[in-house]
Design a protein around this ligand. Sequence first.
Ligand code: PEP
Length: 258
Amino acid sequence: MNRKYRKTVIAGNWKMNMLASEIKPFMEQLKENMPKTRPCDVVLCTPAVMIPAMLKAGKDCKVAAGAQDVSKHEKGAYTGEISASQLADIGAKYCIVGHSERREYHGEDDMLINAKTKALLEKGIAPIICVGESLEQREMDLTMEHIAYQVKAALSGIDASQLRRCIIAYEPIWAIGTGKTATAEQAQEVCQGIRAVIRGIYGARPARAVSILYGGSMNAANAEELLAQPDIDGGLIGGASLKPADFATIVKATEQGA
Ligand code: PEP
């Protein structure tokens, strides 16, 4: 982390989990376990339908709402889609785009991810843009080449003032939901590489100000070491964000160097 130049963000990704009836007890437990002074920005990316209930149940918990996906379209005949203005309207401040599960199961490509990123920025929602390599790409030494391509494609046509509101999440696909975490060195190396790619496009100052998160089996036990890396400015957390005490422990792990 480097608090001098950029925000630290801990974002949970509930994926397609939880029921409305479980939100209140979850938020109560989260509040009990959270540090009294918040050391970072905390976000919960819930299923969109749960955002109002999460905000209501957590109103004194200082947790911002995030969504997990958005339509690239502004409005109209797109059955099943949710627009950026609809997300903003129910209180979403952040939205994940390009998660590997959406790339893999819904065929999302880099052009679509770029369009979704722009749709979010237009409505004042901070995109959390996910990038990451497969195990095969890592083994073939293609990690940085692949990630540089994904970062450049996602940010295509986005100017420096809009970049300030973007967050990048490095999520190696082989580490998501597998219990296999990238080592702190591996994660730092790629996050530093992502910052170098951004520096190449926008220059040193904008690159220094972008928050880059690590995601992939981050948990209460390994968060501190990962967050101690200079280019890792927080985490995108799946499984452990469903356990309020563990999620709060990850938030506490950002107290180091505060
Ligand atoms: C994710 O899905 O974004 C994620 C990082 O999941 P997990 O923490 O469960 O690996």
